[in-house]
Design a protein around this ligand. Structure first.
Ligand code: UTP
Length: 288
């Protein structure tokens, strides 16, 4: 079955990025010169997703406006004959259809996803956490869609993490199936290392069945008063089963200033017009 729609929850406060996130949506902060959210939207479009629902809070409309045409800019680029940049700009507004739903109270990621229920309707859909970005040949979500086509129930992206990261993350109890594919036997949030069933941590890409909305509606707010997406997925898992797909593409968490800086440096090192000068500057600065 085709996955046509995706939800991108982006209504959080972005406290780790304050003060800039007082007025600027976190997802609009740039990795070099591209807003972080563009990575998720491009990944979705490359995997054949047609419609994206952004969950935002009031005042964050820039996130959706970004994916619409900017006529005066396009006209100016056309008049100047800057066809390459003009095509790049047109590409941004033609990748996918987008719409917006509001989350008026920040009651957690699960609650944010629930806000998109009417826009998604009764079909399976993708969720992208825009803090997670990947550099790879195939879009990470495409691998998850492949697993969903085969098994027909929820699929979660996981990444192998070192021991020291395990106690800070959601960890799955995996039963290996095919290469990089696991059946999920259980999920634990932030386990002690000695209790952790594996080193496979949940990262921000999901294919979910619409039953997750019912589980979210029935969910009780968790420890910090938030409705957790993981709990709802786990409830659906006990009925329908769930699978994990290990992503091996280079991954960055751009939800913190340091993560964003690393991703930006990585992006610059991949660009012919920047990498030479950047390496020279780093060498001099680091004195090596
Ligand atoms: P985070 O836990 O990273 O929260 O949310 P945050 O607000 O982005 O950042 P910090 O922790 O305050 O620095 C994971 C994803 O879920 C969205 C966020 O926008 C982010 O994309 N989210 C979170 C919502 O949309 N609504 C919420 O109530 C909570």
């Amino acid at each position: 079955m085709k996955i046509r729609k995706a939800v991108i929850p982006a209504a959080g406060f972005g406290t780790r990025f304050l003060p800039v996130t007082r007025t600027i949506p976190k997802v609009m902060l740039p990795v070099l010169n591209e807003p972080a959210i563009q990575f998720s939207v491009r990944e979705a479009a490359d995997a054949g997703i047609e419609h994206i629902v952004f969950v935002i809070s009031r005042g964050q409309e820039a996130t959706n406006d970004y994916f619409h045409p900017v006529p005066p800019l396009e006209q100016a680029l056309e008049e100047r004959g800057n066809t390459e940049l003009l095509n790049e700009m047109r590409d941004i507004s033609s990748m996918v259809e987008t719409s917006v739903v509001y989350q008026d109270e920040q009651l957690g990621l699960g609650h944010a996803v629930l806000m998109a229920k009417d826009e998604i309707g009764g079909e399976p859909f993708a969720v992208f956490l825009p803090d997670d970005i990947f550099y790879g040949d195939t879009p990470a979500i495409a691998d998850l869609i492949g697993v969903f086509s085969k098994h027909g129930s929820s699929v979660i992206a996981v990444k192998y993490v070192p021991d020291e990261s395990v106690p800070n993350l959601g960890i799955i109890d995996p039963e290996p199936l095919d290469e990089s594919v696991y059946r999920i036997k259980g999920m634990v949030e932030k386990p002690r290392l000695e209790d952790a069933p594996s080193n496979l941590a949940v990262i921000g890409r999901y294919i979910l069945t619409p039953e997750v909305f019912t589980a979210l509606e029935n969910a009780k707010p968790g420890a910090i008063g938030e409705i957790q997406l993981t709990d709802a997925i786990d409830a659906v898992r006990t009925e329908q089963g769930a699978f994990a797909c290990e992503v091996t593409a280079d991954h960055f968490d751009v939800g913190t200033p340091l993560g964003m800086l690393k991703a930006s440096v990585y992006a610059a090192l991949r660009r012919d017009d920047m990498s030479g000068e950047l390496k020279e500057w780093l060498k001099t600065t680091l004195n090596c």
